[in-house]
Design a protein around this ligand. Structure first.
Ligand SMILES: [Zn+2]
Ligand SMILES: [Zn+2]
Length: 397
């Protein structure tokens, strides 16, 4: 009797109705754009030429398509949210109790019978943070009049209706038809009569012959259209991603060039690079361990200190520096665990940077430490990519 919760179909219809309304608004913009676009084309050019179709598709997605996809994807969760909201309202209504036995507003007797409970805003003006509260409507068995109370027991106050001409009291008569309730007020003093009409039919529910057809289309029940739209969004996202990537590469060309120029020696070549360099610094018997192949390739190395009067600290330090310099222009780096030294036996680990992001970081680090110089590049506008429509308006990707 007091339920706010409605049948599932109700929420589906409501959601789809909002989708259709939003899509129709979007289509008005799109149709206008299409017409303007067509008018401004050179006479010989056709609107469905690939470049034009591309621009129109972008504009379509911006004005209608993306919204349709969003609404399609959020339909179930929004409907669930509405259902939960109405269930909570029902729960609030059904659990509400009056704190004490109320007395009739009119004859002050007790024993009233609850005839309705509903949720209302108590504030006179509707405010979003004014929570809805349960209002009880009770019928008095003694005088047969109604009294209303808020769930905390406060009587419901109505502003008394007075005659607009002489401010006197009025009497009222109610008449009800299928479509409306009309209350006719008559002034007790000057007999002025006026009425208040409440429409029972929802204005929005006037017939909409296009509804089912539009629902099939805009709510993506049309499988082919549904697939086409998803693909279009996917393609545009992919295109924007590639465009961004392209722009990044263009702006950081010097980084990518340096990455290309960086030497990427194979494991065997490490010996050719390192052994002679270490020998020059007085280290002998250089050899590599078996490589560890994981996300990155790591390979250990070892050698002996050929100079007997060098202490462990100095030996470690010099080896570290020598390795670092020898591998400077390669994608190999000494790992942070450094060099260990025992009785003239030294070992350490090297890591190869192979992934583009890692290589980029290496180059960036070299630029930071001044090993590489960043070239002066003229500033390009780094705003979003723009396309020009035939009418000169910008389409931002
Ligand atoms: Zn009463
Ligand atoms: Zn009057």
């Amino acid at each position: 009797m007091y339920t706010c919760l409605k049948k599932h179909q109700y929420y589906e219809n409501l959601y789809d109705k909002l989708t259709i309304e939003s899509a129709r608004r979007g289509m008005t913009h799109y149709d206008k754009f299409y017409a303007d676009f067509e008018n401004k084309l050179p006479k010989v050019e056709k609107i469905d030429k690939p470049g034009n179709a591309f621009l129109l598709n972008i504009f379509y997605m911006e004005t209608v398509g993306n919204e349709l996809l969003d609404r399609y994807e959020n339909r179930d969760s929004k409907i669930q949210e509405w259902i939960r909201r109405d269930q909570a309202k029902d729960e609030q209504i059904s659990s509400a109790r009056l704190p004490e036995e109320p007395s009739c507003h009119h004859c002050h007797k007790q024993g009233l019978r609850i005839i309705d409970k509903s949720l209302m805003h108590r504030g006179e003006t509707y405010e979003i943070d004014d929570p809805e509260e349960v209002l009880f409507m009770l019928r008095c068995p003694h005088c047969d009049k109604n009294s209303a109370f808020w769930e905390d027991g406060t009587p419901w106050k109505t502003k008394p209706i007075v005659c607009p001409n002489c401010q006197s009291e009025v009497t009222h008569k109610t008449s009800k038809t299928k479509k409306a309730i009309t209350i006719t007020y008559t002034c007790t003093a000057c007999k002025h009569s006026f009425n208040d009409k409440m429409n029972l039919t929802n204005k929005d529910e006037k017939s909409d012959p296009e509804f089912e057809k539009d629902r099939h289309h805009f709510c993506l029940q049309d499988k082919e259209f549904h697939e086409r739209l998803f693909k279009m969004r996917h393609d545009f996202i992919e295109m924007a991603r590639l465009g961004k990537q392209f722009k990044e590469k263009e702006n950081n060309k010097y980084l990518y060039d340096a990455m290309k120029e960086m030497k990427k020696p194979k494991i065997a070549e490490l010996t050719t690079i390192l052994a002679p360099a270490l020998e020059k610094a007085g280290y002998i018997d250089f050899s590599l361990d078996k490589p560890e192949i994981g996300k990155d390739v790591v390979v250990g190395f070892n050698c002996l200190d050929g100079e007997n009067d060098r202490n462990d600290r100095d030996s470690e330090k010099l080896l570290k520096k020598t390795v670092e310099i020898a591998l400077e222009d390669t994608n190999w780096r000494l790992m942070s665990d450094g060099i260990s030294y025992r009785l003239g036996y030294l070992n350490g680990r090297l890591r190869a940077y192979e992934h583009e992001e890692d290589l980029k970081k290496l180059v960036e680090r070299d630029i930071k430490t001044g090993k590489l110089k960043k070239p002066d590049i003229p500033k390009s506008d780094s705003g979003p990519r723009k396309l020009k429509a035939p009418d000169g308006t910008d389409i931002i990707l």
